[in-house]
Design a protein around this ligand. Structure first.
Ligand SMILES: *Cc1c(COP(=O)(O)O)cnc(C)c1O
Length: 395
């Protein structure tokens, strides 16, 4: 058994810069390194040179990240009027935005329309009729259900999307309602480990394109969502392999002349750029003969680690305490809620002499942590974020 090796996740310079910031603050907090996000963004563009990137703001909505991506000409996938106000306030124009949430109030659609947004996702008739009324003439894309829930660490296709045949019905209706049926979207599930999930989704898109062509509706866009991987405990294929395979599927189904391709990365852009730093509050046993030790740290399910529900996301943990790595530790958070246990089945080896005051670093926690915090549950505030200073951001 061995501890996580930090250098398998961060290069030396990045880790030092992150540690330098971490050492100056009281836990819990997340340190973000913008340089890593910049590299991830450029890497994605390099692998998908034909695609337009719409950053999924919900993954981490920090202004510093939005501003950097704004200056790198990214577009943005927006889920609510609150995210909309936030990005508009940063000087990001409405032509760079899509309202990607299929669950929306009619008055919120109007709010987006009044602010200039003309690109909307939908997967139901009621929502489509609302769009026609509140955002007349807009471009609409239709979200379909996909397979892949079993192979994604955080599935996203059950609540969202409709059957391809229903998408076709909606497309025909959209045209009657004087909207512009623009494209098809899907999300194969976040941290999708099976690249083949894109293959079957793209085949469904091809089927819809063919049907529409028959009735003289020419769709122009495929939105392939997110689902691209970040580096957690279980290894995935590298981004280059995802890109090669997905590009091949696209060309197999759509030939050389691809429609407009949109990607909506969240996790894969920001997760690896963040480290959640916690401190051990207590280490205890439940009886004098219990083998397991409980380690309580000052962040948990309600302040940053919600994706440990069902132990779905397995973050690499690192701790500099003394002792041999041991897997006798159950890891739990600080609140008075018995759900606030991160890992009981999954054992991330921690040093055997871990004690109160030691720091536990959760690696790869830049996505869905700060944006997924409760407000004032037990009085604990949402997680703070500190950024590595610009002059120490690597290229
Ligand atoms: C959450 C979400 C994304 C981002 O997914 P990741 O797996 O984090 O990349 C993209 N598109 C939509 C519509 C989403 O809801």
């Amino acid at each position: 058994m061995s501890q996580v090796k930090v250098l398998e996740y961060y290069d030396q310079a990045d880790w030092q810069a992150i540690r330098k910031v971490a050492d100056q603050h009281e836990t819990p907090f997340v340190v973000m390194d913008l340089g890593i996000i910049r590299r991830k963004y450029n890497e994605l563009l390099e692998h998908f040179p034909f695609a337009k990137i719409y950053y999924a703001v919900k993954a981490n909505p920090a202004n510093e990240i939005l501003e950097m991506l704004r200056d790198m000409d990214s577009c943005f996938d927006i889920a609510s009027i609150y995210e909309l106000d936030k990005v508009l306030a940063l000087g990001i124009g409405p032509e760079r935005l899509s309202y990607g949430n299929t669950i929306k109030k009619a008055r919120d659609i109007k709010y987006f329309y009044d602010k200039g947004v003309r690109l909307f996702a939908t997967d139901s008739e009621q929502d489509l009729r609302n769009i026609a009324k509140m955002a007349p003439g807009s471009r609409v894309f239709f979200r379909i259900l996909t397979e892949g829930a079993e192979t994604a660490d955080w599935p996203l296709s059950r609540k969202f999307g409709c059957h391809p045949d229903m998408a076709i019905d909606l497309i025909l209706l959209a045209q009657q309602l004087n909207l512009k049926p623009y494209g098809i979207s899907f999300h194969v599930g976040s941290q999708q480990r099976d690249i083949g999930a894109w293959d079957s989704a793209i085949a469904k898109v091809r089927y819809i394109y063919d049907y529409c062509h028959e009735v003289n509706i020419e769709l122009k866009m495929i939105n392939m969502g997110g689902g691209f991987p970040a580096n957690y405990i279980s290894k995935t294929n590298p981004m280059s392999t995802y890109a090669e395979e997905i590009t091949r599927y696209l060309h197999e189904d759509f030939g050389d002349d691809l429609p407009e391709i949109i990607l909506e990365p969240g996790r894969s852009l920001v997760a690896e750029a963040g480290v959640l730093v916690t401190e051990v509050i207590l280490v205890s046993r439940k009886s004098s003969v219990a083998l397991d030790h409980w380690v309580y740290v000052d962040a948990g399910k309600f302040n940053g680690l919600i994706e440990t529900i069902d132990e779905s996301m397995r973050y690499p943990l690192y701790c500099e305490a003394r002792g041999e790595p041991s897997d006798l530790f159950v890891l739990a958070g600080p609140t008075c809620d018995s759900q606030d246990i991160m890992y009981e089945q999954f054992r991330n080896p921690l040093p055997s002499y871990i004690k109160p005051g030691d720091r536990v670093y959760f690696l790869t926690t830049g996505a869905y942590t700060t944006s997924y915090c409760s407000v004032e549950f037990n009085g604990f505030p949402p997680l703070k974020t500190y950024f590595v200073p610009e002059d120490e951001v690597g290229e």
